[in-house]
Design a protein around this ligand. Structure first.
Ligand SMILES: *Cc1c(COP(=O)(O)O)cnc(C)c1O
Length: 483
């Protein structure tokens, strides 16, 4: 008996030694962390974009670990319906292995080469041609970058260079709008009209002027939407005359303001802007970073909103977010002037036309074409999504519903008649965002506007599911706010 006991004790001891030496090795190789460990590491080392870190640390970052179709997963195993397509970009949805495969192939064949100094490579050439094909006929020349922000920096450089080539070097000023979002570099954030961003770091830079936005619900007063649209467009004319048309290079706008809270302009707005730009020969720049690639039911927002665009910025949906890539397209008129007089364009990024990003963009566009993703959305699901969203106007918390294509905003108010807000700090929006996250739905809060931008591949059943989650979240938000 005694011998037996000793043997088993020895065996146990050996087992423990083995477990204690091997387990850390296995865990070390797998680098499995629990959520709290990840949050601690994140807190110690990671500066997040557009995040109040004190607020985030109070509950810890939400760690996203995987995704498929229209769903994302977090490190605690929760699944969320992603009503925001990531950050307005995953238009064809998550988990498309064709995009992973083409990236791998391209990395094996040519992971990198630049387009500086008279070199080129296949994916960038092919993508430039493809973008010329899918954009309106007069846009046929493209400059590649890595994002929407650097794309809009490029827009400033290009339009000023164009006017210099045309013999008007004094045409320098770009007019933009308050509450516009054009990115976060010094120049693109200056083009944008976000007061909070301008307050940090000495923006806007010189040479940029802002006019008021076409935000009917909050700024329309007693006017009809049509009158208001005209009035806000004519502020551009006033500004041009005030600055002197000979000093103005361009006007830039998002067809529909995204980050500003899905501000859909009245129908009268863009046609009047077209007229004014034509009258004073001001270039019209369409920032298609959100509205491009099917978001509004056409390939580009300028088509469904009738903009006479000279320059367009693309990013986000260009690769469905699978790779960082941006692009600026210019009109034939601009291209010809640059050909004649442009000389060397003193601008470029190491990753301009990155072959892997361009290969992924090409495959993304091919999938959109083959599966008729935009046509299907336009014919089968967009109107369904919109009518569901519009029906939420009856909810006691919803002051206004704005929707166009697969974009929507629900503006939350305390009093529907007076449009009074709960407070100035966006508490209602943040509350609703938190509540809906906990219910398994990602909505974004812009102030008190709840914003939706679902993947274009969302089905009617998934729209129903999303609608139920929104309803539940609105009800719960209301009970929290009116407690
Ligand atoms: C997101 C966005 C940008 C900036 O793009 P990044 O890729 O984040 O630099 C520019 N314009 C619009 C309209 C956007 O929504």
């Amino acid at each position: 008996m005694r011998v037996h006991k000793d043997t088993s004790a020895l065996a146990t001891r050996i087992c423990w030694v083995i477990i204690c030496t091997i387990a850390p090795l296995i865990i070390g190789v797998m680098r499995t962390y629990n959520t709290a460990e990840l949050q601690a590491l994140d807190r110690n080392h990671h500066i997040h974009p557009f995040t109040d870190h004190q607020q985030m640390w109070a509950k810890g970052a939400r760690v996203i670990t995987g995704a498929e179709n229209i769903y994302i997963h977090d490190s605690d195993g929760n699944r969320y319906l992603d009503g925001m397509s990531g950050l307005w970009c995953v238009n064809i949805g998550y988990g498309r292995s064709e995009l992973a495969e083409i990236a791998k192939l391209q990395m094996e064949q040519l992971p990198y080469y630049n387009s500086f100094f008279q070199t080129a490579q296949l994916p960038a050439i092919e993508l430039a041609e493809e973008l010329s094909a899918i954009t309106p006929a007069h846009l046929n020349r493209v400059f590649f970058g890595c994002s929407g922000s650097d794309g809009n920096d490029t827009v400033i450089r290009l339009v000023r260079h164009f006017w210099a080539c045309e013999g008007h070097p004094d045409r320098q000023i770009i007019i933009s709008r308050k509450n516009a979002y054009h990115g976060s570099t010094m120049a693109s954030a200056s083009l944008g009209g976000m007061a909070g961003m301008h307050a940090q770091g000495g923006m806007p830079i010189p040479g940029i002027a802002h006019i008021e936005q076409p935000y009917f619900y909050r700024e329309g007063g007693e006017l009809s939407p049509e009158e208001f649209g005209l009035q806000r467009a004519r502020l551009l004319e006033q500004k041009i005359l005030e600055l002197g048309p000979e000093r103005v290079a361009a006007f830039i706008g998002e067809p529909i303001q995204g980050a500003g809270g899905v501000i859909v302009p009245p129908d009268t707005y863009w046609p009047e802007i077209n007229r004014i730009c034509r009258t004073y020969d001001i270039l019209l720049c369409s920032d298609e970073v959100i509205c491009g690639f099917g978001r509004t039911g056409t390939w580009f927002g300028m088509e469904s909103l009738n903009m006479n665009t000279d320059v367009m910025t693309m990013a986000k949906g260009l690769t469905s977010g699978y790779q960082p890539l941006g692009a600026v397209m210019i009109s034939n008129r601009m291209a010809q002037a640059l050909d004649r007089k442009g000389g060397e364009f003193m601008h470029g990024y190491t990753y301009s036309g990155h072959p892997v990003a361009c290969a992924v963009a090409l495959k993304n566009i091919e999938i959109m074409r083959k599966e008729r993703i935009i046509e299907n959305a336009r014919e089968n699901t967009m109107a369904y999504f919109q009518s569901g969203i519009r029906s939420l106007a009856d909810h006691p918390l919803v002051g206004e519903v704005r929707t166009h294509g697969f974009l929507a905003a629900l503006e939350l108010v305390k009093n529907k008649d007076t449009r009074e807000q709960f407070d100035e700090n966006g508490t209602a929006g943040l509350t609703c965002r938190e509540v809906s996250f906990n219910n398994g739905l990602v909505m974004r809060a812009v102030g008190d506007s709840m914003v939706l931008c679902p993947p274009l591949i969302i089905t009617r059943d998934q729209i129903d599911r999303m609608h139920d989650l929104i309803m539940t979240s609105l009800d719960q938000t209301r009970s929290v706010l009116t407690k």
